[in-house]
Design a protein around this ligand. Structure first.
Ligand SMILES: C[S@@+](CC[C@H](N)C(=O)[O-])C[C@H]1O[C@@H](n2cnc3c(N)ncnc32)[C@H](O)[C@@H]1O
Length: 283
């Protein structure tokens, strides 16, 4: 087949754009045509589909959803690194956790959810910060759950093997303590790997997020930037339901809850601005 026969027409692009948006909350603008077309053509060839129409029908009707997952894995942007926006982790240990434990009326675990996890750096940074910077860590059980829609990136997250670029902001003493240098990169030690439970979750799918409940803190950084207003609003409602009353929510530095939802209170801590689900007499 020649290049023209293979091309994705504006109509096809629009159909795909709508479908992908409905499934993931991510809307690809026309400026992303090259990025999207390239990946679609790659999958059309890999699945030996005749053309876009043929491929798109398979994508929608395949019962296992395997091809949709392949495509999601190709379309997601997984950029992340350890200690990204470190002031938020400072805020967690200096301001948020002290407030949570002061109000907690039971000795059940403190539950933290980080979504999207990408390759795991954020969740493992939280685990390291708790161990190294939070004096009360020995008095509390902490559960750290971390989720992403991309199944390939979750395999990497669980493996805990990182490039020099990914660990460049890890303090030297933590690097020596929690990583082993190997020929393939920096291998995270098992204590930290076991401290985080990873799972595949599509934040835009109500059935998939429903089991995620009773969190004291949620990190959702650098995902809402890929959503439009409607999917952001839906995400805000999901987080509201997933938090315990009084629970806290941290977003990426260029993201804000104010346009999305009036459900949350804005809390200005010395280290960072954080959103809080009202209530919390406590639980
Ligand atoms: C740029 S990374 C952010 C990683 C990390 N939170 C950070 O700030 O460094 C964005 C991640 O969002 C994930 N993602 C995209 N759509 C999603 C969805 N609907 N549900 C869950 N994760 C999603 C992607 O797979 C990707 O790994």
């Amino acid at each position: 087949m020649n290049a023209t026969a293979n091309a994705i027409s504006p109509d096809d692009f629009q159909k795909f754009q709508e479908y992908f948006y409905r499934k993931t909350g991510i809307r690809f603008e026309d400026s992303k045509r090259y990025f999207v077309d390239k990946r679609l053509l790659e999958r059309i060839a890999a699945t030996a589909s005749k053309d876009f129409r043929n491929y798109f029908a398979m994508l929608r009707f395949e019962a296992s959803g395997a091809e949709m997952q392949e495509l999601i894995n190709l379309m997601t942007v997984n950029e992340t690194y350890f200690f990204r926006e470190d002031y938020q982790f400072e805020c967690l240990v200096e301001s948020i956790l002290p407030e949570i434990v002061a109000r907690k009326k039971h000795d059940g675990p403190i539950r933290i959810w980080t979504i999207p996890s990408s390759s795991g750096e954020e969740a493992y940074t939280i685990a390291m910060c708790l161990l190294e910077r939070w004096a009360a860590i020995d008095q509390w059980d902490v559960e750290i759950l971390s989720s992403d829609i991309d199944t390939n990136i979750l395999v990497q997250a669980r493996a805990g093997l990182y490039s020099a670029r990914s660990v460049q902001h890890v303090p030297e003493n933590y690097l020596g303590k929690y990583f082993r240098r190997t020929a393939k990169g920096f291998q995270l030690d098992d204590t930290l790997r076991n401290a985080v439970e990873f799972s595949r979750v599509n934040l835009q799918d109500p059935a998939e997020v429903r089991p995620y409940q009773n969190f004291d803190v949620i990190f959702c950084r650098n995902l809402l930037i890929y959503f439009d207003d409607q999917s952001r609003k839906r995400a805000a409602e999901t987080f509201f339901d997933a938090l315990r009353p009084g629970g806290f929510m941290l977003l990426g530095h260029s993201e804000s809850m104010s346009r999305m939802s009036a459900l949350f209170k804005v809390r200005k801590f010395p280290e960072a601005i954080v959103y809080q689900r009202p209530g919390g007499g406590w639980v």
